[in-house]
Design a binder for this molecule. Structure first.
Ligand code: B1M
Length: 236
């Protein structure tokens, strides 16, 4: 029996509940995470705050202990599943927006990489900001990206990589776009924990996005520039 079985989550203060949710995420307790998310929402928390303070911060703690060899893959998988369950409740709330469609993005995790929590979060936030998002999932070879770009004709291509061994694959995709004369058709945004600004430039992306909020702002910024360029071309 876990500690959470004895704890009445509703009796906890907000701070204690969030701390408990970090523990529950660590222990991979899906139902408790779902309950915690619902309670915070009932208490009037904004979905974005539930996401960042309770779930993302909890996953950060899991990541530290995974790195230090305290947690192992099976345990982290349970945490990831609990995180996804919580995100599942928040997704429709974050996507609820009357904003006019800002643009379209195809996003996927690169070949050899199965991490998808960060990518899913970026998708959710982009949808919430009024973008249409086509998520092509994990472990994507070049062919998948190109097929999705041709099928959906987005403004933006987003790529995610969480491993130092898979992040170079982003260059493979960008080089293929270049070779096929497609590179300039898309705004290419990259992200993932091991990346940085310099890496983004080195692989030929338009921008590196540190987190989902930055991805949204960067995407909006590039879309604004794109609209301005088109307007200028029409006038000229
Ligand atoms: Co893995 N894993 N993992 N893992 N895992 C890391 C990445 C690691 C850093 C842990 C560690 O050792 N410290 C390490 C990589 C080390 C390295 O490469 N140097 C690692 C390893 C080694 C591995 C395995 C090789 C372990 C093994 O098998 N021995 C294996 C690899 C499997 C594979 O992909 N082939 C593996 C497996 C797994 C699980 C399956 C158990 C699970 C993934 C479950 C899932 O995703 N469905 C898992 C997890 C959960 C993690 C950690 C703990 C957490 C990742 C996460 O979800 N973070 C991670 C530790 C860490 O990152 N510190 C780790 C929360 C998420 C919200 O953040 O993904 O960074 P993040 O996304 C952010 C930003 O990066 C950015 O915005 C997001 C939201 O703010 N962003 C983008 C991300 N993608 C973007 C795309 C964009 C824009 C922004 O496009 C526009």
């Amino acid at each position: 029996m876990s500690d959470s079985d004895e704890i009445d989550l509703r009796a906890l203060s907000d701070d204690d509940l969030v701390a408990q949710m970090h523990d529950d995420l660590y222990d991979g307790l899906k139902e408790e995470i779902e309950d915690g998310v619902n309670i915070l929402l009932e208490r009037g928390w904004a979905p974005y705050d539930v996401l960042t303070d309770a779930l993302v911060e909890g996953m950060r703690i899991v990541g530290v202990d995974f790195r230090d060899g305290i947690l192992f893959v099976p345990e982290v998988l349970l945490s990831a599943n609990a995180m996804k369950a919580g995100m599942g409740i928040l997704r429709p709330l974050l996507a609820e927006t009357d904003a006019p469609k800002m643009g379209k993005m195809v996003i996927g995790t690169v070949k050899g990489d199965i991490h998808d929590i960060g990518k899913n979060l970026v998708s959710m936030m982009m949808e919430g900001a009024g973008f249409e998002v086509i998520d092509i999932g994990i472990n994507n070879p070049v062919e998948n990206y190109i097929a999705a770009l041709q099928e959906h004709e987005p403004d933006i291509l987003g790529m995610s990589a969480l491993l130092t061994t898979t992040m170079p694959y982003m260059k493979v995709v960008i080089d293929a776009l270049q070779e096929q004369g497609l590179r300039d058709k898309y705004i290419v945004l990259v992200g993932g924990a091991p990346l940085n600004e310099e890496f983004g430039q080195a692989v030929g992306a338009d921008a590196y996005c540190r987190d989902a909020a930055v991805a949204v702002e960067t995407a909006k910024d590039f879309m604004r520039r794109r609209h301005n360029l088109r307007a200028a071309a029409t006038v000229g």
